[in-house]
Design a protein around this ligand. Structure first.
Ligand SMILES: C[S@@+](CC[C@H](N)C(=O)[O-])C[C@H]1O[C@@H](n2cnc3c(N)ncnc32)[C@H](O)[C@@H]1O
Length: 418
């Protein structure tokens, strides 16, 4: 179902919530979630052991965006509608808590407000978390999202990023929002930090001293990937006392501004002990390769470069290759003092396969040769080391067997061959 009505028309009246079944109330909550806290499309990897409540997923799956979400943006930025939603949620939580306190579990089953397959505790949890989100949505239509990732090694990592509306419907400002590819890459980083060089590696400078480990994000948008890398490095540097610098770059003015705000939000006053630093910086792929002087922050090579959903025009892959040639740590730049870090300098790229952009997606394999196809000519060349496919649900609760409900990503590892 696509949202057509504002909360004042769609939600059941507050006075009557007690007469609704839990399924009807969950439907209203799914409607509010799509309106005020939409999940990033294509961000949920298809796994063989789903952990979510299947009934809740089925209800969420009824709701989705239409072709044009400008109508939703209007409703979302309407202050009156949002305060009505907040009052509705507050009343729902209060009513549910009262009912829960006044009757025992056996009576709950036979009470109409709780009649249905969903335990009331789930309704209370969902309504309470939506309340916090609605309070944070601004009149300008921005959406604040909290992404939570976790692994046994790193523990749980929370990242808060603000999505701002695409500027005047200008396609150039697409980085104002977080894209599914960024969610997928961030999750992979947390689950396998060692594959991104974010664990146990200490680079050496030419004098044998430890140099900061350097991470760059290209086309960072809201910064989810770079912020995740920073938090993972903090989690592992606590044990290893390692220094690192993360630079998240973009070229669109309002996107860069939002990127900086997101860094400040996650790391107020930047990072406490100075061992790990993160900063945003301007970098335009089309101009950087020809620049005669390079800004300080970008002047030293990077050990890891990350990119999510940054190839969607035919020139992008070629521009990015030229940037990498200048920015990715070169095997010869540390020949005096080779270390594990030098041999693993890699560009990690995740792109969605959009049926409308197949030429752009295939441009990566035109710009970069495969490692096996590369004749050794004595000088290093950037090549594709590996390519994997990742499948995600297009939206929560989608049918993984229907291709329209699945988003396919390609994950490339690109590095030096010599
Ligand atoms: C589809 S968005 C992806 C943003 C983010 N990586 C994510 O996945 O959420 C593409 C990003 O590339 C940036 N971009 C596009 N062309 C660029 C260029 N020539 N130089 C630098 N960044 C560029 C955009 O500003 C935008 O932030």
């Amino acid at each position: 179902m696509v949202i057509t009505q504002p909360p004042t028309s769609y939600l059941p009246s507050i006075a009557k919530t007690a007469t609704y079944t839990s399924t009807q109330l969950l439907d209203a909550l799914a409607y509010l979630r799509l309106l005020y806290n939409p999940e990033v499309r294509g961000s949920r990897r298809i796994r063989s052991n789903p952990t979510c409540n299947q009934d809740v997923l089925a209800i969420d799956a009824k709701w989705r965006f239409g072709d044009d979400d400008s109508h939703i943006q209007l409703i979302r930025s309407d202050t009156f509608e949002r305060s009505y939603a907040i009052r509705w949620l507050t009343a729902l939580v209060a009513r549910m808590e009262d009912l829960q306190a006044s009757i025992d579990d056996t009576q709950l089953e036979s009470t109409s407000a709780f009649h249905g397959p969903i335990h009331p505790e789930i309704l209370i949890q969902q309504a309470a978390s939506l309340l916090a989100i609605c309070a944070g949505v601004s009149a300008a239509g921005t959406v604040e999202r909290t992404f939570s990732f976790g692994s046994d090694e790193i523990g749980r990592i929370d990242i808060r990023v603000m999505d701002i509306p695409i500027e005047n419907q200008d396609y150039g400002s697409v980085g104002a929002q977080t894209w599914g590819g960024a969610c997928v890459l961030a999750e992979m980083i947390v689950e396998h930090p060692e594959q991104f060089g974010l664990r146990f590696r200490i680079g050496k400078d030419r004098t044998g001293g430890e140099r900061p480990f350097r991470v760059l994000e290209l086309g960072a948008g809201t910064g989810l990937v770079g912020l995740t890398a920073a938090k993972v490095l903090i989690a592992s540097s606590a044990r290893k006392n390692r220094r690192a610098t993360i630079v998240a770059t973009d070229f669109y003015p309002s996107v860069l501004q939002n990127l900086k705000a997101n860094i400040d939000k996650n790391f107020p006053g930047n990072l406490s002990d100075g061992a790990i630093t993160i900063a945003s910086h301007f970098l335009d792929w089309s101009k950087f390769p020809a620049m005669s002087s390079v800004p300080d922050l970008l002047s030293k090579p990077f050990d890891v470069i990350l990119g999510a959903d940054i190839v969607y025009e035919t020139e992008h892959a070629t521009w990015i290759k030229k940037c990498l040639e200048r920015l990715l740590r070169h095997p010869s730049s540390s020949a005096d003092c080779p270390s594990e870090a030098d041999s693993l300098a890699i560009f990690h790229l995740v792109i969605p396969l959009r049926p409308t952009h197949s030429l752009e997606s295939s441009s990566i394999e035109t710009a970069f040769r495969w490692t096996d196809d590369t004749p050794r000519e004595g000088h290093p060349e950037l090549v594709i080391l590996s390519r994997d496919t990742i499948l995600c649900e297009a939206y929560r609760g989608g049918d993984a067997k229907k291709s329209s409900d699945v988003v396919e990503y390609r994950y490339y590892r690109i590095g030096w061959s010599w």
